[in-house]
Design a protein. Structure first.
Length: 287
């Protein structure tokens, strides 16, 4: 089997020891090759190259952003996507049980199999885990410029943003019906969690042919605080904090710019955002 590992050396909280990683990979996959990213978007280029050279698998070694870049490079090809998480939240990888030391994960990948995975799209750009509009997008924009990574810096920034954020009114069309909402957040989930075991969409599954829409209502802040522990248990929160639906797609319109994120990476668009899903668009290589 031809395998290319694509390493983002600056994912997570410390710079990677490339020589050590190379040695560990060779212990388990002697014929595999390791490529190191040098700039934003480089993982996509390396994954595209792997697909053209008919590699069986391109393994993303990084955070959700690196995984998303690698996804873009193999999507629509016969090359599968593998994952070794090196980020701070690792939401998608956690749901696949891919946590632990590099040695442990390489051991697991020796027994990996191919399985189908749905892929979501936001204005034509693919996402594997989650896309969102509202406060989480505002947090994503701030976090990208924050300088510190990890769960606690993220939650510190999120708490600060929560008390200042004023949700705009948006128009959203779902299954031919239009609604006017001013939600705190709209989450389009292909998977259950953001990362760090914060489970926003407990019913989501990566190969069920549906996106899970979670509406985080703009309720009084004390209700949000009371509901917070439920997001770490996999149970839906009480107090009408969220509303839930399974959908194929949606169109969001606004009279101002729409800020959103895909797999935690901040984006913005002028007044219209289209969300869609392609079932089983990707092959995953997972234990």
């Amino acid at each position: 089997m031809k395998i290319r590992f694509i390493l983002n050396p600056i994912s997570g909280n410390k710079t990677a020891d490339v020589e050590d990683i190379q040695a560990q990979i060779k212990d388990y996959f002697p014929q595999a090759e390791l490529c190191v990213t040098e700039k934003p978007g480089h993982a996509t280029e390396l994954a595209q190259e792997a697909a053209k050279q008919q590699f069986d698998v391109a393994v993303a070694m990084g955070g959700d952003g690196t995984i998303n870049e690698t996804l873009k490079g193999v999507l629509g090809t016969s090359t599968a996507l593998g994952i070794i998480p090196r980020g701070s939240g690792n939401g998608f990888a956690r749901e696949l049980g891919l946590l632990g030391t590099l040695d442990k994960m390489l051991q697991k990948l020796q027994n990996a199999v191919f399985q189908p995975c749905d892929v979501g799209y936001a204005n034509g750009e693919p996402f594997l885990n989650l896309a969102g509009v509202g406060i989480e997008a505002a947090i994503a924009w701030k976090f990208a410029r924050y300088g510190k990574r990890g769960m606690w810096p993220y939650f510190k920034l999120a708490a600060k943003t929560l008390f200042a954020y004023k949700p705009p009114i948006i128009r959203i069309t779902i299954d031919g019906k239009q609604y006017r909402w001013a939600p705190l957040s709209l989450v389009f989930a292909n998977n259950r969690q953001y990362g760090s075991n914060f489970i926003i969409a407990p019913r989501a599954a990566i190969a069920d042919g549906k996106l899970d829409l979670v509406v985080l209502n703009d309720v009084p802040k004390y209700k949000l605080v009371a509901a917070l522990p439920f997001f770490f248990t996999g149970n839906e929160p009480p107090l009408k904090v969220t509303a839930y639906a399974q959908i194929q797609g949606a169109v969001i319109e606004s009279d101002q710019e729409i800020f959103y994120h895909i797999d935690g990476e901040p984006r913005k668009t002028a007044r219209r955002l289209e969300i869609s899903l392609t079932p089983h668009a990707l092959r995953l290589w997972v234990p």
